[in-house]
Design a protein around this ligand. Structure first.
Ligand code: NAD
Ligand code: ZN
Length: 359
């Protein structure tokens, strides 16, 4: 019932704060083989942002394409092997990108010091050694991956995070200028991930004054960004969205997500739906569980002219439904959050399959 959670050690916030990177990492350059690994979203390959980085000749850059699939255990293992076979243990790992890159950077930093495949460490507190220094610079806001203690990876058997205290970033730099170029649909889906985190956090049995304080504030920021009179894309709203993502994530550190996220994991694992999009696709059908939250979500969809598919489950076989329901059922902490410790009295595979049939 009590969580002794680890927060990010250091946070810089503000427009243009990317310029603080050099001073921040300089003291760490003395560590290990004295070079930094940058893991950067391939979107930024050839873009201005790379010229703004305080690169030294010895530093190594990896541009990762996150559009093909969500981060995998194989991708993380391969990056780790390349790094260690190259220059050896780096001073640190810097991730620049969205939730996918945040998770890859966190996972690589851990896998540099933990032997074997990352599949062995998918779960809670399975990592044996602290990783190397790691710093996150988010470029799209909503998942809260910048502050969470998990690095979500899809492996051959499960989609599950490497979750422990050492996963949390040592440092993050929140520069809202970096999210200005996010495509409109991703701006919506990823922002809605925060919104849904907060609705699930607020409407669950683990909610308490701590998680509520963050969720309430993050929800209010989401309304300013997506619903109120001055909603939409603007510098001011980018500032707010970046803070909302952080606060939504912090709300979860003392609470949990719920039904929508459980369904989303099934959609991602079995049908390769992307996390934030999957949440949106599922959330629209959960009005009986999340009432006002879903109504408000629909207003935001309408306001930003976002069309979500419906009627998709008609094409799914019973086998697909069962596979997705099994993935979702195996997330007991989410069902516990939604329905309490006796959740099994209400939730079984049939119940979950019926939820999927609404989609
Ligand atoms: P993402 O990182 O997958 O990126 C989405 C798209 O936006 C990509 O095409 C990317 O290239 C593009 N993009 C990113 N920044 C951009 C920019 N500034 N300008 C233009 N394009 C940009 O998106 P996401 O929604 O942030 O992350 C999803 C991932 O996060 C999933 O893998 C999910 O499992 C994970 N996740 C992790 C946690 C956690 O706590 N660790 C929580 C929720 C989700
Ligand atoms: Zn989420």
């Amino acid at each position: 019932m009590f969580k002794n959670f680890k927060n990010i050690e250091k946070v810089v916030f503000g427009r243009g704060s990317l310029s603080t990177l050099q001073a921040i990492i300089e003291p760490h350059r003395k560590e290990n083989k004295q070079y930094f690994v940058y893991i950067i979203d391939n979107y930024f390959n050839g873009k201005n942002l790379v010229q703004q980085l305080p690169l030294k000749p010895e530093d190594v850059l990896f541009f990762e394409d996150v559009d093909k699939h969500e981060p995998t255990t194989q991708q993380v293992d391969e990056l780790r092997d390349k790094i260690l076979k190259g220059k050896g243990l780096p001073s640190g790992v810097i991730g620049i990108g969205g939730g996918s890159i945040m998770d890859i950077a966190k996972a690589v930093s851990l896998m540099l010091t933990n032997e074997g495949s990352s599949t062995q460490y998918q779960g809670l507190n399975l990592i044996k050694q602290p990783g190397v220094y790691h710093l996150g610079i988010p470029t799209i806001s909503g998942t809260g991956a910048e502050c969470s203690s998990t690095a979500v990876l899809t492996g051959p058997i499960k989609k599950l995070g490497l979750k422990c205290e050492w996963t949390v970033f040592n440092q993050i730099i929140l520069d809202p200028e970096l999210i200005a170029t996010v495509p409109q649909d991703w701006w919506f889906y990823t922002g809605m991930d925060t919104y849904i985190h907060c609705i699930e956090s607020e409407n669950g049995t683990l909610n308490n004054a701590f998680s509520h304080a963050y969720a309430e504030q993050a929800l209010s920021l989401c309304r300013e960004v997506y619903l109120n009179e001055n909603s939409g894309r603007s510098a001011d709203n980018d500032d707010k969205l970046m803070v909302a993502s952080l606060m939504g994530g912090l709300s979860l550190s003392y609470s949990e997500v719920g039904v929508c996220h459980a369904l989303s994991y099934g959609l991602s694992k079995i049908l390769d739906y992307r996390h934030c999009y999957a949440n949106c696709v599922a959330f629209q059908h959960l009005e009986d569980i999340y009432g006002q939250g879903v109504q408000e979500f629909k207003q935001m969809l309408h306001k930003h002219d976002i069309q979500l598919p419906t009627g998709i489950s008609a094409k799914w076989s019973d086998e697909t439904l069962t596979q997705m329901a099994e993935v979702a059922y195996n997330l007991p902490h989410m069902w516990h959050q939604a329905f309490g410790e006796n959740w099994k009295e209400k939730v079984d595979l049939t119940y979950i399959k019926n939820l999927y049939k609404r989609l």
